[in-house]
Design a protein around this ligand. Structure first.
Ligand code: ZN
Length: 302
């Protein structure tokens, strides 16, 4: 098969993003540095003497990764990594070092848009080694209760996502990763929660940094803060944002066609572990050129 090699990419310069953590509510400053080839995405806890945590599914803290994805390695934890990882996927950034002032990424406006804007402003450089890319090798279904993910081989990243909360909030959306579509259709979608859960979550020490500015809040009568909403079906678009970020924990971008029903962080990362343990991913270094490949488009993206 003819193809083209995509080289690894990193930032041209360091960017700083500051705010508060969604769940712990603590001030959070992320200083995101360019990194050499084959670094991948590595978090550094500045407040713990520089302990490192690699963005890989083997470091997912499964007991804690319910409302956000939590990584733990070297006795250090990093919470709410998924929006940064989604932005990295959306811009085909392979290598970066994310220095953090505390235990959680800043939530910013609850979407991936601030990351995208900061990365584009900093600039992106192509490096000297080919990018790693992981492809789904054969059809697979992963089902637990009413949660489902079905995957099959594809030359690009495609996902159809369906959500159904209480039969009331029912949305679906299909997305194919290309440079324009991520920024326009997925990146601006904010995280969300249910008003009925807020008190429970805060009593359990979660969502302490949540607000009407950084999360869509759904109440009995519908959305409580429509002024924060970008898309009518923003909830399912945010699920796709999260899914892209969680899948980046394979250690490299994945291509395949996915159908996800009622997923969440824990289910996404369990599925990814399943793909790895069952050898359902293979590394490819040539991006097919015979169609409108998302990775091919990325070659012209800065
Ligand atoms: Zn999210």
């Amino acid at each position: 098969m003819s193809g083209t090699v995509r080289n690894q990419r990193t930032l041209k310069q360091t960017v700083v993003l500051e705010g508060i953590g969604l769940h712990q509510g603590l001030p959070a400053k992320a200083t995101i540095h360019p990194a050499p080839v084959n670094t991948g995405i590595v978090f550094v806890r500045e407040d713990l003497g520089g302990k490192t945590v690699r963005a890989h599914v083997e470091n997912v803290s499964s007991s804690k990764s319910v409302l956000s994805t939590v990584l733990a390695e070297n006795n250090a934890e990093i919470q709410t990594v998924e929006h940064l990882l989604s932005a990295a996927t959306g811009l085909y950034l392979d290598n970066m070092i994310v220095s953090l002032s505390g235990p959680e990424m800043p939530i910013l406006d609850g979407s991936a848009l601030n990351f995208i804007q900061a990365f584009r402003k900093a600039g992106i450089v192509e490096q000297t080694s080919p990018a790693r890319l992981l492809a789904i090798t054969r059809p697979v279904s992963f089902v637990h209760g009413n949660k489902e993910i079905h995957a099959e081989p594809s030359s690009q990243f495609e996902v159809h996502y369906e959500i159904d909360f209480f039969g009331k909030l029912v949305q679906d959306f299909s997305f194919r990763l290309t440079k324009h579509r991520f920024q326009q259709e997925i990146a601006p979608s904010k995280t969300f929660c249910f008003a009925s859960d807020v008190e429970k979550m805060q009593a359990a020490g979660m969502a302490k940094g949540g607000s009407f500015q950084n999360a869509l809040v759904y109440g009995d009568q519908g959305l409580l803060n429509p002024e924060a909403q970008t898309f009518e079906n923003e909830f399912v678009r945010h699920k796709i944002l999260d899914f892209l970020g969680d899948m980046r924990l394979a250690g490299a971008p994945i291509i395949g066609k996915f159908t996800v029903k009622r997923g969440g962080h824990a289910f996404h990362t369990k599925f990814l572990s399943h793909l790895l343990s069952e050898n359902l991913l293979e590394e490819i270094d040539h991006v097919p050129v015979y169609q409108d490949s998302s990775m091919e488009l990325a070659l012209h993206w800065a």
